[in-house]
Every structure is written in structure tokens, then in C-alpha cells.
Design a protein around this ligand. Structure first.
Ligand code: F6P
Length: 466
């Protein structure tokens, strides 16, 4: 199978006239290669300690079989499947649905229904979203898949309670549990306890797989399989990428090259903003999945300093008319990773209706896919001409197999990047304080209300008219 190709030319000298990395530094014996070797050692140590459970997921046939069984039997009894989960427990399902099921991101994807149930993913406890969902679906015909590794995340618990009450209002008491499936830690947490007490079916998130690395566990596989995505292909692509990312030779290990170049871009070239710009609507949600992965894994305290790149999602050609002005002429603090997708299989020809109108004639007879790809190549070249670096990841057709490979590439690169930055990419201590303060504000037992400074009304500006 063909795996994504990582093209580094436009971050290297001489293609980049100014500020490019010297390619010799990436060769065997080069200093970046040696620097990566240290990060690789950390990675291997953690792998041996059993911390990197996400690497085993593509080979876990038992879980894949169980997921397929649940999705094909239980899952197909329903008209609507509603995933309730946030962060790593929701973003992966959306990325898979958008990439592999619905071609256009801005279509009402949840209204596409043929054989499979419609898949909805609710992450935010926004009352308008939740209200609108329950206006559209019939809880008697809906399955709620509650996904939470910890089994305690406030947003997900609240959404579960709402869903539970909505179901209980319209079905017999003994049927309520048949409308729920929990995806959670195999041993711990409130969802696990509840499932055991009430006989609610569950699927596990392995204890050594953290939320943002869990898309290839039941967390992403179940929603994907329910709506007809070929999870075997997805896992086969991911497995091939695990095999491809071994060793310390940057020219033979794409995740190593990606992580090392992005780390060097931040720490040496002063390019701390890492833009992921997909030239396909259907990869927009993937860029949001990447944003969580990169931000939550790498934005950390190290010693007494703070490190971490800022991931910035973008979509071409849309963002050529929004963010590219900034990328071209704004501060030199960005490196763009382009996702180039081969649109083969689907092409829409532009008809040659006005051969005499100069602004339209050249488009006649071309394909929209050809135009989109030309725009990507042109943007890459425009950046290069201004010595603004970019990387291109050619992801092929972005079918289930290559998408699985792409997911694994970024997951492995993230752990490598953690080693390069000298931080633990698997934890997220920075989100705890906000969680505790929310508990306090919501009156959770044992959490004290924060001591908020008095508000000075003079600095609350606006709000009245006339
Ligand atoms: O799966 P859980 O435990 O509900 O957590 C949801 C998300 O919350 C976080 O812990 C913090 O934002 C993420 O890492 C995680 O993906």
C-alpha cells in the first residue's frame, strides 16, 4: 500500500532562499538526526513501559471484532446514533465521519441516511445545540453512545443525564438501558460502575490509551463502524504506519522527520505557529483533531519555562481568502503543513460556457479538483518565493486506509515531539484548575467557590444603546 509522502523541500535550503534548514543536518550524522535519536530513546523507553497503548490498537483484532459486532447488530436497530463525548472522546469520531462518509463538511452531514443510522456527535453542552438535536431525533429510535475515558467529565456527564431523562420520558423503564452504550475505562470511573449496576453494554478504552490518542480504539471505531466506515481498512493503514515509523533515520521515518522539522521550526527558526492546511473540505475536522492533539500534548511547563507550538487549522482554498494574507505578509512566525489530497474518483468538470469571457474561459474544460490542486501548488510556491517555509504531506486519496495511516503518523509524531520539547505528551495538568473551578461554581460537593476579585464596573465597557 502507498503511505503518505512527506515533502520537506520547501523548508530546506536551497529551495527556501532565506532561513531554510541545511539538509545535511537531517542526514545520518547531522545534528538534527542526533537530536532526534534522544527523543527516539524516550519514545522506546515509554513503549517498553507500556505507556504507548495507541501503537497496539491497529493490531487489536479482538476489539475491532467486538466493535464490528456491536455496530452491525445493536447499532443498526436505531435511526440515530448520538455520540456524547468531548475532546479526544468526540473529535476523532467527527474527523472520521467527515473524512470518510460525507464529502462536504458544510453539508448537513447528519441528514445523510441510507442504510446506516445517522451519526451525531455532541461535545459541547450548548443548550441550543442539544435542544435542536432533540427536536430532530426520536429518542425511542436513538442510541446514545456515551464516551468518556475518565467517566467523570462534566460536559459529558451532563449530556448523558439529559439524554437519559429524554429517553426515560418516552420508553418503558426496563427499556432505558437498551438506548445506551458506554465507552470508558475498563475498570474505573462512574460510567463503569453505572454500567455494571444497570447492565448497560460497554466497550473499553484501554487504560494506557489517553483521550487524544484514542481515535483508533472503540472511541472512534464504534461511531465509524456504525455509520458504515470500513474499520479494518482504517486499522490496516494505521498498522502500516506503525511499521513505517521505526528507527532514528529521519529519511526513513516520516513521523520522525515531521516532528523534528516542526520542532526545529519552532525552537530554531522562531516559527511557533504550526498551521495544518488541508486542501479538502472533508479533512477540515481532521485539522481540528490535530489541533487538540498538538496543543494538549505539547503546550506544557518545562522547568521554570513554558513551551509548545500553537496549532492553527486551515482549509484551502477557503483560507486563501481569509488567512493566507497573514501567512504571506504577517509576522514570520508560521510554518504551514499542507495536506494534499488526490481527488481521483470524484471530479466535476467546469463547463466551457463563456469562451469569450476572459475571466472564465481558462476554467472551461478543467476539473474543480484540478483547480483546487493548482491553488494548493500556487500557495505553496507563493510562500516559498517569500521564504516562508512549508511542508507538504501527500495523503493520496484519503480513503479509510490512508486516513488510518495519517492518524497514526500524527500520533507518533506527537510523542516524538514531546521528547524533543522535553515534555510529557501524554498528560494535561493545565486543564485541571479550570475543571475544579467549574465544579465549585456548579456546587459540586468538596469543591470551594473561587475567590474572584471584585468587578470594577468602569472596565465593563458598552452594553447600552441610546
Ligand atoms: O474522555 P474523558 O475522560 O471524558 O476526557 C475528555 C477530554 O478531556 C481531557 O482530559 C482534557 O481536556 C482530554 O484530554 C480528553 O480527551
Amino acid at each position: 500500500m502507498s503511505l503518505p509522502i512527506l515533502d520537506l523541500n520547501n523548508v530546506l535550503a536551497p529551495a527556501l532562499a532565506e532561513g531554510g534548514l541545511d539538509p545535511a543536518r537531517l542526514e545520518v550524522g547531522g545534528d538534527l538526526q542526533r537530536r532526534f535519536a534522544d527523543a527516539h530513546e524516550v519514545f522506546e523507553r515509554r513503549r517498553a513501559a507500556g505507556d504507548l497503548g495507541f501503537l497496539d490498537l491497529p493490531f487489536d483484532r479482538e476489539t475491532a471484532g467486538r466493535v464490528a459486532e456491536v455496530a452491525e447488530s445493536f447499532g443498526q436497530w436505531f435511526e440515530d446514533v448520538v455520540v456524547l463525548g468531548i475532546g479526544g472522546s468526540g473529535l476523532g469520531a467527527v474527523a472520521l465521519r467527515e473524512a470518510l462518509l460525507v464529502p462536504a463538511w458544510n453539508e448537513r452531514s447528519d441528514e445523510v441516511r441510507e442504510y446506516h443510522p445517522r451519526l451525531h456527535v455532541v461535545d459541547n453542552p450548548d443548550p441550543r445545540t442539544v435542544h435542536a438535536l432533540f427536536e430532530r431525533i426520536d429518542p425511542r429510535r436513538a442510541l446514545f453512545v456515551v464516551i468518556s475515558k475518565s467517566g467523570s467529565t462534566a460536559e459529558t456527564m451532563a449530556l448523558y443525564l439529559v439524554a437519559r431523562a429524554r429517553v426515560a420520558a418516552v420508553v418503558e423503564a426496563e427499556q432505558v438501558r437498551g438506548h445506551f452504550l458506554f465507552v470508558t475505562d475498563p475498570e474505573r470511573g462512574a460510567l463503569r460502575t453505572l454500567a455494571e449496576a444497570e447492565g448497560i453494554p460497554t466497550l473499553p478504552v484501554p487504560a494506557n490509551v489517553g483521550g487524544r490518542f484514542s481515535v483508533l480504539s472503540s472511541v472512534g471505531l464504534l461511531p465509524a463502524a456504525v455509520c458504515g466506515i470500513d474499520i479494518d481498512e482504517l486499522l490496516a493503514g494505521a498498522a502500516a504506519m506503525v511499521e513505517a515509523c521505526r528507527g532514528t533515520d529521519l529519511r526513513a521515518n516520516p513521523a520522525a522527520a515531521l516532528a523534528t522539522v516542526l520542532w526545529a521550526a519552532d525552537t530554531e527558526l522562531d516559527l511557533p505557529i504550526h498551521v495544518l492546511m488541508a486542501y479538502a473540505d472533508r479533512l477540515r475536522a481532521f485539522t481540528l483533531w490535530f489541533q487538540q492533539l498538538w496543543a494538549e500534548s505539547l503546550g506544557k511547563v518545562r522547568g521554570d519555562g513554558h513551551v509548545g507550538p500553537t496549532p492553527l487549522p486551515a482549509v484551502g482554498a477557503t483560507d486563501q481568502h481569509a488567512q493566507v494574507q497573514l501567512f504571506m505578509e504577517g509576522p514570520r512566525d508560521k510554518i504551514v503543513v499542507f495536506l494534499a489530497v488526490d481527488g481521483s474518483g470524484v471530479e466535476v468538470e467546469v463547463p466551457d460556457l463563456h469562451p469569450d469571457v476572459e475571466t472564465m474561459a481558462y476554467l472551461g474544460g478543467a476539473g474543480l479538483g484540478t483547480l483546487l490542486d493548482a491553488e494548493r501548488r500556487a500557495t505553496t510556491e507563493a510562500l516559498r518565493l517569500r521564504s516562508r517555509p512549508s511542508i507538504t504531506l501527500e495523503v493520496g486519496s484519503a480513503d479509510a486506509r490512508s486516513f488510518g495511516a495519517l492518524i497514526m503518523l500524527f500520533e507518533i509524531a506527537t510523542v516524538y515531539a514531546g521528547g524533543l520539547y522535553g515534555v510529557d505528551p501524554l498528560d494535561q495538568p493545565g486543564v485541571e484548575l479550570g475543571k475544579r473551578l467549574t465544579y465549585a461554581l456548579m456546587g459540586r460537593h468538596g469543591y470551594e467557590a473561587p475567590d474572584v476579585p471584585e468587578v470594577d464596573e468602569r472596565w465593563r465597557i458598552g452594553g447600552t444603546s441610546g
